[in-house]
Design a protein. Sequence first.
Length: 186
Amino acid sequence: MLDDDGSGLPERNSRFVAAWQRYLIAEQRALVARAEGILARSLDEALPGESQEELDRTAEEDRRLARQGFVELMDEEGVTYHKHLDELEVWDVADRLRADTARSDRLAMRARQRNEQRKAWLSDRGRPERRRPTLTDRELEILNGLARGLSNSVLAEEVHLSTAVCNRTEPVCKPSAISYQPKTKS
């Protein structure tokens, strides 16, 4: 038996009615998010081959339809159409899900393309790969002396530095923090 208002809801199944009402509340919340420009934020910048003006028009059209209370549906052939939230019926849920899935798929594809574009941009910037910094011969000479356990005064004399310079570097280059293994002949 159908409800008197012709909505197609069984009148005796209160759990079904409650579920339908929760579904409509979720749709209303989605309309609010769309009216506030959630699609515009998702379409933030044009990808190669896209027009920013077209993206802006699409986002603004979505906001306009949401403010008027229209939701997007998609039939089994993939044709989209719009219906006012108050006119949605139980059998429209499949078409709503199809439309939402198609939109989510499009946005996910754009996100993947944008991420690939950003990765390509970062790799093309000419940044050197992360490598260990190379040490100068002078730095290697100082480290070698530290690794041999030379005191600051002996090290300063050996590498022709003032003792004051060696004393300043001691907290940074403590011999215990340096692992030195001299080359051995095989």
